[in-house]
Design a protein around this ligand. Structure first.
Ligand code: NAP
Ligand code: GDD
Length: 357
């Protein structure tokens, strides 16, 4: 368990350490990797977390430090992107050098069921935070977690920073609002604000209802004898899947540049959901077609058929490149889910063929 807020000593500290970051969405996949990265770089990290009736800090519990320790550098505070006053209060108390706005209702399918809440957290949430940043009396560098979903019904492939947005979900529309708002605050008010346009990125910490994790976890359940089938939706959609820890490094690099700008972060490699599923099952020697059933409840009212990013600007300016390929990503996720299911990965994973892809 991680202690929060004033209780964790925010009032008592002398702000003497080098750099201080404020992270919304710190309990999520990206927030947890970003917190690790920033702590590793010597930052003092402040995360805003939502009050919940059960603990939501599972992904960052390993970063917990006793708040009484002299060198504690991770602090958590209760807030919510729908609560402007708490955002303003924490920003002014913490006085961060960098703000990473990762908080969101981030599930595209759920955004069709909860469009108002999705827009409130993503669109209005970014507005609330940017307003707080604009009125701060010290310099702040701001990162907005943009998404390849904004490209929607894609105008061209691959997509780059100049590709028009044609969003296809309440989630994506809210992200487009946040994207242009970030540019507006940069242009109109001189705020150092960057948009990362990140393509899908996954890891063992990925939420269990996103398709990649659902599949790697589902296979572990099948092997463990706890499930017989895996029910999925549209297998024809194509995505550009990368490895989350590498993507948070790109976020940080964006905020270290002399000038703020917007960057696509992607692998440039595209696969269908079907290929992802087939590769996961093949890595444990199973034929996916014997286990996977299509359940139309997982179809979306509108689908994004293909996403493939051109991250050459990030390579040239940030020196950022992905290094974990599709097969390796699947391996890492499968190993973790087999382990979590109480299975020894070595007993199930088919050995990788040397030189094979
Ligand atoms: P995630 O695992 O779903 O995490 C979302 C985070 O937002 C969680 O910490 C969640 O808190 C928090 N949150 C939700 N509603 C909130 C609210 N009203 N106020 C404050 N915080 C709230 O998402 P992720 O994969 O780490 O993605 C991080 C960000 O990048 C998101 O903005 C997402 O839309 C964006 N993005 C992700 C990808 C990707 O492939 N992963 C690609 C492009 C963009 P709880 O733990 O309490 O739910
Ligand atoms: N979630 C889910 N569950 N998706 C499924 C399923 C299923 O059972 N079956 C097929 N799919 C398809 C979806 O229809 C979609 O085309 C694709 O798998 C990927 O779905 P998700 O893993 O839910 O991710 P996403 O691409 O919709 O959104 C993710 O990536 C975005 C970046 O492009 C999220 O992380 C977003 O927050 C992020 O912005």
């Amino acid at each position: 368990m991680v202690r929060t807020g004033v209780e964790a000593g925010v009032e008592r500290r002398a702000w003497s350490v080098t750099r201080r970051a404020l992270v919304t969405g710190i309990t999520g996949q990206d927030g947890s990797y970003l917190a690790e990265l920033l702590l590793g770089k010597g930052y003092e990290v402040h995360g805003l977390i939502r009050r919940s009736s059960s603990f939501s800090t599972g992904r960052i519990d390993h970063l917990y430090q006793d708040p009484h320790a002299p060198d504690v550098r991770l602090f958590l505070h209760h807030s919510d992107l729908t609560d402007a006053s708490s955002l303003v209060t924490w920003l002014n108390r913490i006085r961060p050098d960098e703000v990473y706005n990762l908080g969101a209702q981030s599930h595209v399918a759920v955004s069709f069921e909860m469009p108002e809440f999705t827009a409130d957290t993503i669109a209005m949430g970014s507005l609330r935070l940017l307003e707080a940043v604009r009125h701060a009396d010290w310099p702040i560098r701001f990162y907005q977690a943009g998404s390849s979903e904004m490209y929607g019904r894609v105008a061209e492939t691959p997509q780059n920073e100049r590709t028009p947005f044609r969003p296809r979900s309440p989630y994506a529309i809210a992200k487009v609002f946040a994207h242009w708002l970030t540019i507006q605050y940069r242009d109109a008010y001189g705020v150092y604000a960057c948009n990362g346009i990140l393509f899908n990125h996954e890891s063992p910490r990925r939420g269990e209802t996103f398709v990649t994790r659902k599949v790697t976890r589902g296979v572990a359940e099948i092997l463990g004898g706890r499930a017989a089938k895996l029910y999925l939706g549209n297998l024809d959609a194509r995505r550009d899947w990368g490895y989350a820890p590498e993507y948070v490094e790109a976020m940080w690099r964006m905020l270290q540049q002399p000038e703020p700008d917007d960057y696509v972060i992607a692998t440039g490699e595209m696969h269908t959901v079907r290929e992802f599923v087939a590769t996961v099952f093949a890595q444990v020697g199973l034929d996916w077609e014997r286990y996977v059933e299509i359940d139309p409840r997982y179809f979306r009212p509108a689908e994004v058929d293909e996403l493939c990013g051109d991250a050459s600007k990030a390579r040239d300016v940030l020196g950022w490149q992905p290094s974990t390929n599709f097969e390796r990503l699947i391996r890492v996720m499968l190993e973790a889910d087999l382990f979590e299911a109480g299975l020894d990965p070595a007993g199930y994973l088919v050995p990788v063929v040397p030189g094979g892809s």
